[in-house]
Design a protein around this ligand. Structure first.
Ligand code: IPE
Ligand code: IPE
Ligand code: MG
Length: 241
């Protein structure tokens, strides 16, 4: 792995609708085309030795979209997970999902569980899909579970630290994202991984998600390699003169 390769890349995959509209197609065609980018980027991350790739595929707020679109997205998701199991296994990748997964249709949950189980011991990139995911919901869910443990006497209030909160997130073992990429130009987080991105580097590109391929990912990683990460401290430089 080249020295500047991020351990964890998280992507807000945006612009499927605009990609389709620009071609006079229905929005759902953009989602189908976006699935091709998921495959390409996941394989590239495995090749580069990235430890985790988290993809924002469907937000809690996306349930507000017209029913036809959410139903299509759920069907596409189910088909995609079943079809890509083979790609994940071939590339020795792990698969996981975060979010309020109980809100997903049972057919989707079954495919998710099967893929998670079959890839559990794989050593390469963990492809994590954020589904029915909201950053605030994740923190609220963690707070509720901590409150339950305090109420049962298992934990004292003064024992609740940042580490306690982190340990109650959906996937506590995930390394924090080093690089967050957003496609399609919008400069916002849209409720993605609010707790985990506190010191992530951001990269926004105008490229729409269905057009995003390995070369775009490499450009983002190169840009990341030029960043100076200080984490609130100071970078010591050799004295001049
Ligand atoms: C991202 O593309 C996919 C999801 C949010 C599910 P959009 O559907 O948001 O595409 P735009 O932003 O309308 O172009
Ligand atoms: C963010 O995109 C969610 C996903 C990529 C799944 P949206 O298109 O939903 O975000 P907003 O509405 O532009 O903030
Ligand atoms: Mg969008």
């Amino acid at each position: 792995m080249p020295p500047a390769t991020p351990r964890h890349i998280a992507i807000i995959m945006d612009g499927n609708g605009r990609w389709a509209e620009a071609r006079g197609l229905r929005r759902i065609r953009g989602h189908e085309a976006g699935a091709e980018s998921v495959r390409a980027i996941a394989e590239e991350c495995a090749r580069l030795g990235v430890e985790q790739l988290t993809l924002y595929a469907f937000s809690e707020e996306n349930w507000r979209r017209p029913r036809l679109e959410t139903e299509f997205l759920m069907q596409l998701l189910k088909r995609f997970i079943a079809a890509e199991r083979e790609t994940l296994l071939r590339n020795q990748m792990r698969f996981s999902a975060i979010g309020r997964l109980d809100r997903l249709p049972s057919g989707v949950r079954k495919e998710l569980q099967k893929t998670i189980r079959l890839t559990a011991n794989n050593p390469k990139t963990n492809l994590c899909l954020a589904l029915s995911y909201g950053g605030r919901a994740e923190i609220a869910d963690a707070a509720r579970r901590i409150a339950e443990r305090v109420a049962s006497g298992e934990l004292k209030p003064e024992q609740v630290t940042e580490a306690t909160v982190a340990a109650h997130l959906y996937q506590p073992e995930m390394p924090e994202p080093d690089l967050v990429i957003r496609t399609a130009g919008e400069m916002r987080l849209s409720n993605f991984l609010l707790w985990q991105v506190s010191y992530a580097e951001f990269y926004v590109t105008d490229t729409l998600w269905p057009d995003f391929r390995a070369e775009h990912l490499k450009a983002a990683i190169e840009d990341f390699g030029r960043r100076e990460r200080r984490f609130g401290g100071l970078v010591t430089r050799p004295a001049v003169g």
